[in-house]
Design a protein around this ligand. Structure first.
Ligand SMILES: Nc1ncnc2c1ncn2[C@@H]1O[C@H](COP(=O)(O)OP(=O)(O)OP(=O)(O)O)[C@@H](O)[C@H]1O
Ligand SMILES: [Mg+2]
Length: 355
């Protein structure tokens, strides 16, 4: 009688190309069923392409011949999402020009959502100087590169921010998503699939402009916020970003946020001006997410490494963030399967590899 343990032992000899670890060690095995001399194995395809799947199938059949197995069936299924890492909405915060307030908006929006009893995580995907951890006075010991190297779990990397938000600190690993080795990709999917909590919102603070990682994040996210200020460079660069994302990558819908405006009316005017130009030349849907006023309290809160909504809850800026939070709450949440973190990372990897 062939046992499941024997099957596993034989599979240990197979080293997945690139990853150089066995399907067992890569946690790809979902089920092993042994009946008489027949073995049926189900694996998760994770980040494997079809060539790799075929290669693994033939290696498995060969490895099991030694055991006297006369029929081996290998099936690949998509990485199975778990209930625990359910997630409502993945939102990427972007801008054409730098310094228009992406990080401030990602963090303050996250906190405003958290004050509404939402579970929120911010992924710092920007490598600029004003990192989220610096901004909030957090002192992370680890970042995503430790997860990619298999040294830490995602939960060990996440730091708790104010108002109960979770923060994944920045890493250079994310910048080069395309260059990650298969083992790292598998590790990343696994890291996200092992998260033992649910999230309502994952906010991604991206770098300014159009880099590979910005393109990847905008495609993997379910909603894209583009931050603009009322100055020519911010407007033209935001236009250029939307043009590339829509024309070359099929992103069709953008939520425009007018930051550092002097009044709500100015914010609306800015949006009208921007959407007139955009609708003339591009085939996209722009939605006005709202204005955030220029607010000295925002800078004061940052100097004290605190969030505005917590520190100065009645300031103009804090009120604006509360409105924005209420608005994102009403955005349609995609169906549950697409809402799993693990699925999001798969999309990251797929789009990051240029497919
Ligand atoms: N609504 C606002 N009122 C006042 N100051 C603001 C506002 N929004 C952002 N700022 C200030 O503008 C500066 C840039 O903001 P922030 O770092 O959030 O921009 P960013 O787009 O993330 O920049 P980068 O492209 O460098 O990542 C900061 O000093 C921040 O305090
Ligand atoms: Mg920033």
């Amino acid at each position: 009688m062939i046992t499941e343990e024997q099957v596993k032992q034989n599979l240990e000899e197979i080293l997945v190309p690139g990853a150089m670890r066995s399907p067992v060690r890569l946690n790809l095995i979902r089920q092993i069923a042994v009946t008489d001399q027949k073995v049926a194995i189900t694996l998760t395809s994770a980040a494997l392409d079809s060539n790799a799947e075929d290669w693994i199938k033939s290696k498995i059949s060969k490895a099991l011949e030694h055991l006297g197995v006369n029929q081996t069936n290998v099936t690949f299924i998509p990485a199975a999402p778990k209930e625990v890492n359910d997630i409502g909405l993945v939102i990427a915060v972007m801008s054409g020009k730098g310094g228009v307030g992406k990080t401030s908006i990602a963090v303050n929006l996250a906190m405003a959502l958290a004050l509404n009893h939402k579970q929120v995580m911010v992924l710092d995907a920007d490598l600029g100087l004003a990192n989220i951890d610096v901004l909030l006075g957090l002192h992370p010991t680890y970042n995503l590169s430790h997860v990619l190297r298999g040294e830490r779990s995602l939960e060990e990397v996440i730091v708790q921010g104010p108002a109960g938000i979770k923060v994944v600190p920045a890493t250079s690993g994310l910048k080069k998503m395309v260059e990650l080795a298969p083992a790292e990709l598998v590790g990343l999917i696994r890291a996200f699939s092992e998260i033992s909590f649910a999230l309502d919102t994952l906010l991604i603070d991206t770098a300014a402009g159009i880099s590979d990682s910005v393109v990847t994040f905008s495609r993997a996210a379910q909603a894209v916020i583009v931050v603009v200020c009322d100055e020519p460079a911010s407007i033209t660069d935001a236009y250029a970003l939307i043009k590339v994302l829509s024309r070359d990558y099929g992103v069709e819908r953008f939520h425009i946020l007018a930051n550092m405006v002097s009044s709500a009316a100015e914010g609306h005017e800015l949006f009208d001006k921007f959407s007139r130009v955009t609708s003339r030349f591009l085939d996209v849907t722009l939605d006005f997410m709202g204005p955030v006023p220029y607010d000295e309290f925002l800078r004061k809160a940052i100097q004290r490494q605190k969030a505005l909504v917590e520190m100065f809850p009645t300031s103009k800026g804090a009120m604006a963030f509360k409105k924005l939070a209420a608005k994102t709450d009403r955005w349609p949440v995609p169906n549950s399967a697409s809402g799993h973190l693990e699925f999001f990372v798969e999309r990251l990897i797929r789009f990051g590899s240029g497919n």
